[in-house]
Design a protein around this ligand. Structure first.
Ligand code: AMP
Length: 371
């Protein structure tokens, strides 16, 4: 069985590393000749809309999946006409546009930030009055790691942000003064079997994920009388999985405020906030994504024990410096260093959440990382 992956970044690379022991083989398609998954699997170097490249991928693979969601819809359709593909292209369609994502959440009774679609400067002027300051102006498509978004704190920020982002469809969101950020990752098979990973707490800086851990939420995030966050997140995730007849791994990111979850966005793929599962869960997200797509039995998504993930951004620290921390596993992506680029992550395990925290703090100090 050969799995074709559209996109050859670190997510594809880790799918290959997780799927190889299961007897799977892979081929990736990526326009960058030095795509990091190309170090561990054969690569077709082609643009995502290159018909010859897509044709070759279809000929060499038995089943298609993605390492990122911004593949042109026409490419996904071209492949879907030739061979099975997961997650369903419809899920990609929805996730490519922040507005359709929010509309789906809304139609399923999942709360989102208040928002207004912005196509003209007049829309923005009206929307800042409606939503008030602060607010966040984002491109509807192709944003990631905080790119394509600006926080507006006063009227002149709106003009400046418009100058920087205009020209593509935008969305203005009310600013959520959140207590924390969490994500729910779940895998679903075509037969409807679902496994939920424990709710993961995430910390971002500069719009980029820095730290994730599946530790129980602190009591101050909960509100008396409200359903616990894990239950709320599972319920929202199940509704989305079923509405899209989803196959594979789905991640939904939420803000936590006053004991409620507010859905921010979803990713129809394996997700950075689930990298801890490689060392902290019985079955990692990459393996469960593949199992789901193959219609194989899903693996236990429960914890092996306390675990956390620290992202390595911008530069690759010496491996020995990472490994000097007890319980730390290095997952390097084989990428060259570049500011703000995700180049690897470290998973840290221990016998208690407190010890995980201490080991992460030690690691951050040694590597001089942003908290
Ligand atoms: P996103 O690209 O939507 O995932 O945004 C990246 C990060 O920016 C989020 O994880 C939040 O930390 C922050 N952010 C995005 N949207 C909002 C919002 N409406 N209110 C507050 N913070 C936000």
């Amino acid at each position: 069985m050969i799995i074709g992956i559209l996109g050859g970044g670190q997510l594809a690379r880790m799918m290959v590393l997780a799927g190889t022991p299961l007897g799977l083989r892979f081929v990736v398609l990526d326009p960058a000749p030095d795509a990091c998954a190309g170090q561990v699997a054969p690569q077709i170097v082609a643009a995502y809309d290159d018909r010859d490249g897509l044709q070759e991928l279809a000929e060499r693979a038995d089943l298609i999946t993605f390492d990122f969601e911004n593949v042109p819809a026409s490419s996904a359709q071209l492949l879907a006409a030739r061979l099975p593909i997961f997650p369903p292209p419809q899920a990609l369609d929805v996730a490519q546009d922040r507005l359709s994502e929010k509309e789906l959440f809304g139609s399923l009774g999942i709360e989102t930030a208040p928002h207004v679609a912005i196509d003209r400067l007049e829309d923005l002027e009206r929307a800042v009055v409606e939503l008030g300051f602060p607010a966040v102006l984002k491109t509807r498509r192709l944003g990631y790691d905080g790119k394509g978004q600006r926080v507006l704190r006063r009227a002149r920020d709106a003009e400046q942000a418009w100058g920087e982002l205009a020209g593509v469809p935008l969305i203005l969101e009310g600013f959520i003064d959140f207590d924390g950020e969490v994500s729910m990752l779940a895998a679903r098979t075509a037969g409807g079997d679902v496994r939920f990973y424990p709710l993961t707490r995430n910390r971002h800086a500069g719009g980029i994920l820095r730290f994730s851990e599946p530790a129980p939420p602190p009591p101050r995030w909960t509100s008396p009388g409200a359903e616990d966050l894990e239950t709320q997140a599972r319920s929202a995730s199940r509704r989305v999985l079923e509405a899209l007849d989803y196959v594979g791994l789905l991640a939904i990111e939420f803000f936590v405020t006053e004991g409620r979850l507010i859905a921010n966005e979803m990713a129809p793929r394996v997700h950075n906030s689930g990298h801890w599962t490689q060392d902290g869960a019985v079955t990692c997200q990459f393996e469960n994504h593949l199992r789901a797509g193959l219609g194989w039995p899903l693996g236990d998504a429960g914890l092996r024990g306390p675990a956390a993930m620290v992202n390595l951004i911008g530069e690759n620290p010496p491996a020995a410096d990472v490994l000097a921390t007890t319980g730390a596993s290095l997952h390097s992506y084989g990428k060259t260093a570049r500011p703000s680029r995700k180049v690897g992550h470290v998973n840290v395990v221990a016998d208690s959440w407190e010890a995980v925290g201490e080991r992460c703090a030690e690691l951050r100090t040694r590597l001089d990382l942003v908290d």
